[in-house]
Design a protein around this ligand. Structure first.
Ligand SMILES: Cc1ncc(COP(=O)(O)O)c(C=O)c1O
Length: 358
């Protein structure tokens, strides 16, 4: 299917942010977006890049009632020679389709997804900031649009991609976070939709996050919902612990989002001959190894920050400081390596980087 491109009139183009040190996250969107429609009988159609605009939805649109809404999160990076790169876009496309399948939504042809994404990023190239650590955030989204009440899979969908410049996550260097282990609330459970990037998962996480925030913690560390014993994820990131000489992250058993950064960390660490395990890790083991001094490092992984050091954990009324509250060596090494691969500053032995052509 050909993608129709309608450009915004030059006099209607938005001013680009002048101050790259103040971009923040998620508040600025560019001049255009990619959008296409789906109907059970027609399949995907009307693929186009158009001037960014509000959507018009019938108040009965099914996404507004039964939560068939999925999305992705990825970034485009500007290298020092002005080349533009994506990082493992195929993984996000695959994950979006996994989410679509689980929520009974329409799957998207990956070539068309990729073409729409690359065309949009190329068209909005001038919006990609230049300062170190900044990028263009990309948010592919799918919503159910059939006008009907009654719980059943929608027969119509809208898929769109919006993009916007975002600031560096660590403008002043790493800042280890304080995390709160939730014993009361869970994010998802095996058999549910935790492995999908479904909007409802995020709605379900807000209450506990707000509570933790009020107590002075940056993120919630989620435990497994069945036994409330094993660590699962932290906030909207995957979690890693470095104990003895083993880098441990929980296995993908259905309640955890399979992060693209998580997989990149695993591959990179294995490449460096670090002993990596995807295995259940209990709070008891974390406390024991904290007590005997073998717990060396802990970090979260995700597209937003790459890796984010964890300096302190709150559990059952007690604070546990990790690595004296400082960023660990492995965390820093992983951060630098992935960042340099993303920005085209380092060899990419895994073929993760995709250069966008004009
Ligand atoms: C719940 C959750 N877990 C983990 C991640 C990390 O995934 P990725 O590395 O693909 O950004 C995210 C972020 O997208 C998330 O929302």
């Amino acid at each position: 299917m050909a993608i129709k491109v309608t450009r915004v009139a030059p006099e209607k183009m938005k001013p680009k942010p002048a101050d790259e040190s103040n971009l923040g996250f998620g508040g600025i969107f560019t001049d255009h977006f990619f959008i296409m429609e789906y109907h059970n009988e027609r399949g995907w159609h009307n693929a186009s890049i158009e001037p960014y605009r509000p959507l018009s939805l019938d108040p009965s649109a099914m996404c507004l009632h039964y939560g068939q809404e999925i999305f992705e999160g990825m970034k485009a990076y500007r290298g020092s020679d002005d080349s533009i790169y994506l990082f493992r876009p195929e993984e996000n496309i695959k994950r979006m389709n996994t989410s679509a399948e689980r929520l009974c939504m329409a799957e998207i042809d990956s070539d068309l997804f990729r073409e729409g994404l690359e065309k949009l990023v190329a068209l909005e190239k001038d919006w990609i900031p230049r300062s170190s650590g900044t990028s263009l955030y990309i948010r592919p989204t799918m919503i159910a649009t059939e006008k009907a009440l009654g719980v059943h899979p929608s027969s119509e969908y809208l898929f769109y991609i919006i993009v916007g410049p975002v600031g560096a996550y660590y403008p002043q260097g790493f800042s280890p976070t304080k995390i709160y282990v939730s014993e009361e609330f869970v994010r998802s459970v095996r058999g549910g939709v935790g492995f999908c990037k479904a909007a409802g998962n995020y709605a379900a996480s807000l209450y506990a996050s707000e509570k933790a925030g009020k107590l002075g913690y940056t993120q919630v560390l989620w435990l497994d919902a069945l036994e409330m014993k094993y660590v699962e994820e932290v906030g909207t990131s995957n979690i890693f612990f470095f104990i003895g000489d083993e880098l441990i992250t929980p296995p993908l058993t259905g309640s955890i989002l399979p992060g693209v950064t998580r997989d990149s960390v695993i591959q990179l660490a294995k490449h460096w001959k670090i002993n990596v395990s995807e295995r259940p890790l209990s709070m008891d083991e974390i406390l024991d190894t904290h007590a005997d001094g073998t717990l060396k490092d802990c970090f979260a992984s995700g597209t937003a920050a790459i890796v984010s050091p964890v300096g302190q954990i709150y559990y059952k009324g007690k604070e546990y400081v990790i690595n004296e509250g400082k960023t660990g060596e492995v965390t820093e090494r992983l951060y630098n390596e992935i960042l340099q691969i993303q920005y085209g500053e380092k060899e990419d032995p895994f073929g993760w980087r995709v250069k966008i052509s004009d």
